[in-house]
Ligand binder design. Sequence first.
Ligand SMILES: C[S@@+](CC[C@H](N)C(=O)[O-])C[C@H]1O[C@@H](n2cnc3c(N)ncnc32)[C@H](O)[C@@H]1O
Ligand code: SF4
Ligand code: SF4
Length: 336
Amino acid sequence: MRKVPLVESIRIIGRGSLNWIAKRPIVVSFEVTDSCTCYCRHCDHGGPKDDSANLKPGDYRRYMDALRPCVVQISGGEPMMRDDLVEILRNIKAGDGLPYTILVSNWSLMTEERYLELHDAGVDQFSVSLDFPDERHDDFRVHPGLFRHLSKVIPRAAHFGYDDIVLNSCITSANAGEIAAIAGKAREWGVNLCYSAYSPRRTGCRDYFLNTPEQLALMNSGLDRVEAMRDKTNWIVNSRSTLDATRRYFECGGTPGCKAGLRFLVVRSDGMLQPCSMQFHQYPLEARNQMVQEFTANNTCDQCYVSIRSYLDKSFPQLVGENVAEFLSLSVREQA
Ligand SMILES: C[S@@+](CC[C@H](N)C(=O)[O-])C[C@H]1O[C@@H](n2cnc3c(N)ncnc32)[C@H](O)[C@@H]1O
Ligand code: SF4
Ligand code: SF4
């Protein structure tokens, strides 16, 4: 995985330290639309939605000025459905390279031209969802032809050599046996890989959680094989400690200690704040402190272990230490 240049790394650590002390979020996820090109089986989005109340590109500057995150995720729904995505990026990115910006997308609308355009507009990391290493991906995402499209466009985009593409694979009961094969696909396509964990909180459905000893054994043997593939290039973006915590999340049925609302938050497409994408308590931008007092201080939810949590549940010394030790120039390694 591409290392962030040293000067930018220092800026990220500097702003992160200030935010930690000032109790501002380290990571903000902008859900720029609720509409989507897919109808994934594990997700509560899917298909077209009413986009009439979406924030305009210029509105994002006000959020950036108030929240000053060092890492931004641009997500959705499917963010590439916004024709003005480049304009949104220009309002999020400042001249100093901050924030480190991750585009979380299913890549159904990605082309080589758009990849280059978004790269030039300031995307630091392209997170591409992949649930299966073959056409079963189309079935899970209810999008015929998606895998074939990815298998063409991902290697071509990787060929530009920016080393900024990360496959994002959400572990479910449906793909627990494919964990190592998905890693093989990332290698074949010349890109990086990050695992995330299914949460039943999004849809209320427990069927895609790992509910049986057989499913847990499949996950563990898959992750053991992935651990054996690690090398110094950090193409497996999750740290070993994060993958161990992912195993425990499934084994224990949850992970307590969530800092949603404080260390990270979601800005909905209409501009309201939420603690995370699966908690629907909404606050206007000006009431962020109220969200921390009312929600974060009393939050007992342990119902996900998406990567944003695995990253921000850590203490600040651990967070900085792990990144500096392995990646400085710093690499921001995980996304939701
Ligand atoms: C909500 S999507 C939004 C961005 C884009 N549409 C995509 O699929 O990448 C972001 C990520 O959330 C993951 N996701 C969806 N439902 C989930 C669930 N129930 N638990 C954990 N992750 C989930 C997806 O697999 C995807 O990688
Ligand atoms: S996971 Fe992403 S692509 Fe799938 S329905 Fe949800 S928002 Fe759309
Ligand atoms: S554990 Fe935290 S981030 Fe996950 S669903 Fe619950 S409140 Fe949201």
